[in-house]
Design a protein around this ligand. Sequence first.
Ligand code: GJV
Length: 410
Amino acid sequence: MSMCVCLSLTPILYVCLRPQMFVYLSFRAGDRLLVHTKTSADWWWAELGGLCGYVPSSYLKQDVEDKDTSEDPWQDEEYFGSYGTLRLQLEMLSDRARTEAYRQVILANSAPLRGKVVMDLGCGTGVISLFCARLAQPKAVYAVEASSIAEHTETLVRQNGCEEVVTVFQGRAEELELPGRVDILISEWMGNCLLFEFMVESVLQARDRWLREGGMMWPSGASLCLVPCQALDYYTERMGFWEQPYGLDFTALQSLAQSEFFSRPRFSHLLQPEDCLATPCDVITLDMLTLHVTDLEKLRGQFTFIVEKAGTFHGFTSWFRVQFQSLERDKTTLELDTGPYSEPTHWKQTLFMLDGPISLLGGETVSGIILLHRNPVWRRHMTVTIQWSISSTEETGNCKASILYLLGVN
Ligand SMILES: NC(=[NH2+])NCCC[C@H]1O[C@@H](n2cnc3c(N)ncnc32)[C@H](O)[C@@H]1O
C-alpha cells in the first residue's frame, strides 16, 4: 500500500457512463490517494476521503514523502543499476590519478604477485584485473562485479588475451562462491567522505570469507582528512548573490539560501591549497585488516588546527587518502591522495559550510570532533556531525562560537 499524488494537471471526474461492475473514484490534481491494490497495469483500486474506486494509474505518481521502508535498505537496484551504465564506469576510468594509482601498485608488486590468487572486488570493466594479468603473472584473478557491466567485462578480458588468468564472477561478492581463498583482495571501494555508499562493508565481508591468513588488503589503510578553509567563491555565489541582484535587496532570501545550500555537504568542491587555513590532518584512520563491519556504525575523530594565516573561516573540507602496503617487506607503501595538494580526482573534495563566515586570526585554534554515523535504515548513507570551537592562544582565553553543526551526508 502506498501514497500517490495525482500527476494530472486537469481535475479528473469519473462518472459511471453505464452500469458496470467497476466503481470509478473521483479525484483532483494534487489529491493524495491511498493505493490499496494495483489490480492491473492501467487501473488501481484506491481510496480518497473514505471512498474507494478504480483510478487510472497513468495519472498518479509515488508520493516522495512516502518512503516505503520495506524497500531494500541497500537500494541495490538503483545502486547497481547506475554502475551498469558506462557513464559511471567512464567517470572512474577517466580519473587518471585513481586508475594510475592502482596500475602503479600492480607494477611495483609485479614480482611478488607471481603465482598469487587475486580477488578484484567490484571490478567494473575489469581494468584492475587486466592490470594484474598484463603487468604481473598471478596464478588467477577473480574479477567480481554485481552490475550488468560484468556481461561486457568478460568480452574485455577475452579481447585483451587474459582469459587464462582472469575469471569474471557476476553477482554480489557477499553471495558468490569463489574457487577458493585469495592471497590479495584488491578493490576500489572508496566513496565521498571515504565511506559514502558503504561498499567498504562488502569488502570487509569478502575479506573475512575469502582472504587467506596473512593475505594482503589493497588498499591496506585509509584516512579521512579534514581542514578548516575559506570558500569565498561558493559563499558569494550562493549567499552573497542575494545582497543586491540587479540593484534589488533580496537579503530576505538568505535564510532560505542557508538551509538550501549550506545544510548539506557540497560533494563537487575543488579546494584550492591557498584556501586551507591550517595544515590538514587525518581525523579517522582505518586499518583494512583489522577493521570490523560493526566499527562502521559510528566513527569518531578529533582535531585541533592552529590557524596559520588570518582569513575567513567558511567551513571544513574533507577528502581521503588510501595506502597500498608493499607485498615485499621494507618496500615503499604507495598512496592515492584525493586532497587539494594532489592531482584532482573524480571524487574532488567535500565542503561542509558553516552557518556564517567567521574571521580568524593567525595563531587561533579550531578544535573539536567529527562523527560519522551510519544511517540505521538506509545502509549506504551516513550523517556527518562536526562539533568545533575557536579559541585564541592569547591570554584573553575568549572562546568564539562553539556550536554543533549537524551536516548530513545523505
Ligand atoms: N569506489 C566507488 N565508490 N565505486 C567504484 C567501484 C564500484 C564498483 O563495484 C561494484 N560493486 C559494489 N559493491 C559490490 C558488491 N558487493 N559485489 C560486487 N560488486 C560490487 C559496483 O557495481 C561498481 O561497478
